[in-house]
Design a protein around this ligand. Structure first.
Ligand SMILES: [Zn+2]
Length: 383
């Protein structure tokens, strides 16, 4: 079967949308969708649904086999179907056997004739599938630069982590219309419940949530994904993110009744080096010391530490000063800014970023979403 550019693009539109459905359940794996197209136009689609479970390509193959068996096709006819089929997938089929069998091997076993790939795998453990396929007689094609770009954007966390060897960082903030993030020293609810639900979804997508000690004390949050759609949440109940607290002087050491220390999810305090006496009261795995220059943590050094702990992504949730450090050091890649129709007023309110600081920022809004009366602007920082 021939696939003109327009048709290929349509198929990948569908694949990207399919793959996205795995978001929140498959991390740290990439989002993957696969579509098998058979000679007479029959189409079978699947996506990677949950971490540790079969990859999209395997699911599509199994689904197709069941479909043809139901149609009572004899085995040799099913085999012929696969030989003439084309498999479309947004990520190069994996070469390795990890938690699940290698997709490249499965494609070879089924003797699928053609494979169309949007982007290469950059996880060294899994990459090389295209070569294995070619060595075994499968015709492998790569999509053009535009589709590849979209495929990389779809899995931006995955590509960033494996290429830069650093966690992908995003800043999430809720602002009032007058640009405030809270009342001073007081827990302030700015966004509505629908926005919060989406925030909890983000907590499923990111490996770790980062806040400052001040926010931990004032808000006493538990930083879980508990409010995300109940039924789906059950599916990923053990997937609450790690919590990272910026606490230079380790001021939380006596506040072990805070929610972040009370449940089974992992919390780590990032403090200054040489705070041994303070640390002795705390389990060593929960506190790590880093250098401070001009009163500020050096984010790259801290990210290096978390990269080694296989934390692929960090969502910085505040407060303003903590988020500001990431921006000042040009570390954050992405932002999620919720705007709520509220005015907190000048008195006793905390500014989002200092005005002169905001002027120096360059960013690009890529998406606008609405949650009830709140707006969410998300996009990329341009450094
Ligand atoms: Zn695979």
């Amino acid at each position: 079967m021939q696939f003109p550019r327009e048709k290929i693009e349509k198929i990948f539109d569908e694949i990207f949308a399919l793959a996205e459905r795995g978001a929140g359940f498959i991390e740290p794996n990439p989002k993957v969708g696969a579509i098998l197209i058979f000679e007479n136009g029959e189409k079978i689609a699947a996506f990677h649904e949950k971490f540790g479970e079969p990859h999209a390509e395997i699911l599509a193959i199994e689904k197709a086999e069941k479909f043809f068996m139901k149609k009572k096709l004899p085995p040799e006819k099913i085999a012929a179907k696969f030989r003439d089929a084309t498999l479309f997938v947004n990520l190069e089929p994996c070469a390795h056997r990890g938690k699940t069998p290698s997709c490249a091997r499965k494609i070879i076993e089924k003797k699928i004739g053609k494979v169309f790939i949007a982007a290469r795998d950059v996880n060294l453990k899994a990459a090389g599938g295209a070569e294995i396929l070619r060595e075994n007689g499968v015709a492998v094609f790569f999509a053009d630069a535009e589709i590849k770009k979209r495929a990389r954007k779809l899995n931006e966390i995955f590509y960033f982590f494996h290429e830069q060897k650093m966690p992908f960082c995003a800043i999430k903030m809720a602002l009032s219309l007058d640009g405030k993030i809270s009342k001073k020293n007081k827990r302030t609810q700015i966004s509505n419940s629908q926005s919060q639900k989406f925030s909890h979804f983000l907590r499923l997508v990111f490996d770790a949530i980062l806040i400052g000690a001040h926010t931990a004390k004032i808000d006493d949050p538990n930083l879980s994904a508990r409010n995300f759609a109940e039924k789906k949440f059950e599916k990923s109940a053990n997937k609450n993110p790690h919590r990272i607290i910026f606490d230079g002087n380790f001021s939380l050491k006596n506040l072990t009744n805070l929610q972040i220390f009370r449940d089974e999810n992992f919390t780590i305090c990032v403090s200054k080096k040489n705070l041994k006496s303070a640390r002795s009261k705390f389990p060593s795995q929960n506190v790590a010391g880093f250098s401070v220059k001009n009163g500020e943590f050096q984010i790259a050094e801290i990210l290096q530490f978390f990269a080694e702990k296989k934390i692929n992504s960090i969502l910085v949730e505040g407060g303003a000063r903590t988020a500001e450090i990431f921006v000042r050091q040009k570390i954050a890649q992405k932002f999620y800014f919720f705007i709520a129709p509220k005015n907190l007023g000048e008195k006793n309110s905390v500014d989002f970023f200092a005005p002169n600081f905001l002027n120096s920022l360059n960013f690009k809004i890529e998406k606008t979403q609405f949650f009830g009366g709140d707006a969410l602007f998300s996009g990329d920082f341009l450094w």
